[in-house]
Ligand binder design. Structure first.
Ligand code: ZN
Ligand code: ZN
Length: 252
């Protein structure tokens, strides 16, 4: 929440936590006043399509019909399993949820991180239970410079705090600035991020033998997390899981 200019210095000293007690809580999406901080108003809640089982055991694509059991794979994962073991997400990325993600990424709703961490903890409980380390998908430093924060790192750190798991914010680095993935198909996205990520040399010992939970805001085709998982496994990670706030679900 941005600090209003007319807040007295005595309150500023206590920062946002104190302000949260003084100002009414706002819906994470539309800023309507809501009863509790970190929640959506009824209208926005009804529009967000939360994901739940049954889903592909690997990539997490929701199944329309329950295949029975918890280890069924979708057609794509039967043909070629991803490098990561399991990917799960809180809600569908669509016209209704896009504003949540964009406000978190480019806007001023970084105050939503603890609330989103609670959502992630619910959607990813099995993944978190198995995780040794929670790590964000990194931004290139030039993007970090312009945006001032990495939204994935905010999510990863908040989730680590909430779940009591170790946060590893600096495991990976982005070696080059990749063009925006927007408007690219899956094959183009895979090419776009090839060689884009590396495990920091100083983090190699940390990665070895660890089960790592990668956190990002949106999973689109999975090309980015696939590239991150591949370098982590190559550096000796025992397994990689993926947890995102939103994911694109292609119908049909
Ligand atoms: Zn709302
Ligand atoms: Zn799948």
């Amino acid at each position: 929440m941005a600090m209003p200019a007319n807040v007295p210095a005595s309150v500023r000293k206590f920062g946002t936590a104190a302000l949260d007690l003084l100002l009414p809580s706002q819906c994470l999406s539309c800023r309507q006043v809501v009863a509790a901080p970190g929640t959506l108003c009824g209208a926005c809640f009804a529009k967000v399509r939360f994901l739940s089982a049954p889903c592909c055991a690997a990539c997490g694509t929701p199944f329309e019909f329950d295949p029975g059991g918890t280890d069924a794979l979708c057609g794509t994962c039967i043909r070629a399993r991803p490098s990561y073991d399991r990917a799960r997400a809180v809600f569908r990325y669509d016209d209704s949820s896009r504003s949540l993600i964009l406000a978190f990424k480019h806007g001023d709703r970084i105050d939503a991180a603890p609330a989103y961490a609670r959502w992630l903890a619910r959607a990813g409980d099995a993944l978190i239970a198995d995780a040794d380390l929670i790590a964000p998908v990194p931004l290139h430093w030039t993007r970090l410079f312009h945006r001032r924060y990495n939204q994935s790192a905010l999510l990863a750190n908040a989730l680590a705090r909430l779940s009591g798991r170790a946060a590893a914010p600096d495991l990976l680095r982005r070696r080059r600035r990749t063009p925006s993935q927007g408007g690219l198909d899956r094959a183009e996205r895979v090419r776009n991020v090839r060689g884009a990520f590396a495990v920091r040399p100083a983090s190699r010992a940390t990665v070895a033998g660890k089960r790592i939970l990668l956190v990002d805001d949106v999973l689109t085709t999975g090309a980015t997390v696939e590239a991150c998982a591949a370098v982590l496994l190559k550096a000796g990670a025992s397994a990689v899981d993926v947890l995102t706030l939103a994911r694109v679900v292609r119908d049909g």
